[in-house]
Design a protein around this ligand. Structure first.
Ligand SMILES: *Cc1c(COP(=O)(O)O)cnc(C)c1O
Length: 355
């Protein structure tokens, strides 16, 4: 089976655990594993020294919801909404009765500084305290200009919340990490681990706000408890014990392969190689800036649904889109344990099916 999906992906053998028994987690020995592993992850993410890093037993959406629920009181937010995951932040803000303004990025449109003029020209920017962005909007493949976003947030003193779920270990962005107030990643995307675990980095000023206001309406996702517990390597409730061991293995494996920069370079190499193959076969890809994580294809002679089915019959899995993009693009993932040869074979098959 070959997975060209956007998570879960083909796991690296090196990250798998050969365990005899999951250990009891309320024990100092597990606390120490958690502290060491999260400290390794923080350094790979390039967080500030005094940022906290907590982890939740939930997929990335749970972490997104926890941030919305805990960080915001009655202040207004801006959401960059360019697809499914931008819309997810809007839905979560709605559910929690928080007000926001959207910067809507239409299909095939690129986010630029002009999109911010509606705030800066009307001089209403002081009304906004938070900006939510999915650094890579996985539903379209667009990688937003993070330099533009960090500058804007600094200039107007806005808290920046970055969903880096599909950019960590896929794209080069960690030089901007120190300007993020909150960032979210999860286990089964760039980290290529089993699904079910998410991680949140929280800056000092965001921490102070969360702890002093204690806004959360949730019992399970009250981050005040997570922040307090993590200081001793613990969580308020039973954590994804398994994920911590996988994470530890994976981080060590990435170091063994040369570290974050080489890792991301390898994925970029795969993405560029595949895009060249597609262009040689006359298959178009969109014009907006793309993440290395995936390539969206605009097929001419076959629909995404039929291509998906034909390849799935051969145990090859691409990532279809939902909603309005269902019949427009199909996505080919470049993360997980897949080789250039796998991508070459896939490119030939797609070329044949597309005619
Ligand atoms: C995968 C993903 C999420 C979280 O989705 P889950 O189904 O909760 O794993 C959030 N944002 C982005 C950009 C993603 O790619």
């Amino acid at each position: 089976m070959k997975l060209f999906t956007c998570g879960p992906v083909t796991q690296y053998e090196e990250s798998k655990i050969n365990y005899k028994q999951i250990p009891y987690f309320r024990d100092p020995s597990f606390s120490q594993v958690v502290l060491n592993t999260l400290s390794h992850l923080s350094s790979m993410m390039n967080t500030n020294k005094d940022d906290s890093l907590i982890y939740l037993a939930s997929s990335g959406t749970g972490a997104m919801e926890a941030v919305v629920d805990n960080l915001i009181n009655n202040e207004q937010s801006i959401v960059i909404n360019g697809g499914t995951f931008g819309q997810r932040f809007c839905d979560l803000l709605n559910k929690h009765h928080k007000t926001y303004a959207e910067i809507k990025i239409k299909w095939n449109e690129t986010l630029t500084s002009e999109h911010f003029l509606k705030f800066t020209n009307q001089n209403n920017i002081k009304d906004f305290k938070f900006l939510f962005i999915n650094l890579h909007e996985t539903s379209t493949g667009q990688l937003y200009n993070i330099e533009l976003i960090t500058k804007f947030c600094k200039e107007y003193n806005i808290f920046l919340i970055v969903d880096a779920i599909s950019s960590f270990l896929c794209d080069d962005y960690t030089q901007y990490q120190k300007d993020f107030d909150v960032s979210i990643i999860s286990s089964h995307k760039g980290l290529c681990l089993s699904p079910g675990c998410s991680f949140i980095t929280i800056s000092n000023r965001a921490k102070e706000k969360i702890v002093s206001e204690n806004n959360s309406k949730s019992a399970y996702f009250n981050l005040v408890d997570y922040l307090k517990n993590i200081e001793r390597g613990q969580t308020p409730f039973t954590p994804c014990v398994y994920s911590i061991y996988e994470l530890n293995n994976m981080l060590n494996y990435i170091e063994h392969c040369g570290g974050l920069v080489s890792w991301v370079n390898e994925i970029r190499k795969k993405a560029l190689f595949f895009r060249e193959q597609m262009s040689n076969k006359g298959i178009r890809i969109p014009d907006y800036p793309l993440s290395n994580m995936l390539t969206p294809l605009l097929l001419k002679n076959i629909t995404p649904t039929i291509l998906y089915k034909k390849l799935a019959n051969e145990q090859i899995y691409l990532t279809p889109c939902g909603g309005t993009l269902k019949d427009i693009i199909i996505r080919v993932g470049h993360i997980g344990n897949i080789s250039l040869e796998d991508l070459d074979n896939l490119a030939n098959k797609i070329g044949q099916y597309n005619g």
